[in-house]
Ligand binder design. Sequence first.
Ligand SMILES: [Mg+2]
Length: 114
Amino acid sequence: MELKELQKKIKKFSDLFNKLEKERDANVPNNIIFPYLKAVEELGEIGDLIVREFGIQRREKKIPNENFKNVLGQEIIDLMIPLFHLANGQAIDLEQEFIKNFEKIDKRWASNAY
Ligand SMILES: [Mg+2]
């Protein structure tokens, strides 16, 4: 699936969510606050997964995870969805942003700035 297609797919959820939130409180910019908080929560879940997988915490808190790669993949998608939602709320074309960003990175590499 192309990035543009994925962003459009998530926009359907964004539109529905925004409609529901408008009915609740029109003064709060939920298309920014909600996806931001959700992204932070999902990033925390990735951190928790890594900490548990590599045992960087007290032994009694350690939970064996036989399926680290699959769960990590799902958590990365959980993180991407609110980020797409955040972009959709501001009408940001992520494909264009990717292109611009990679051009910048390519220039840095070409000029040996690293
Ligand atoms: Mg999650």
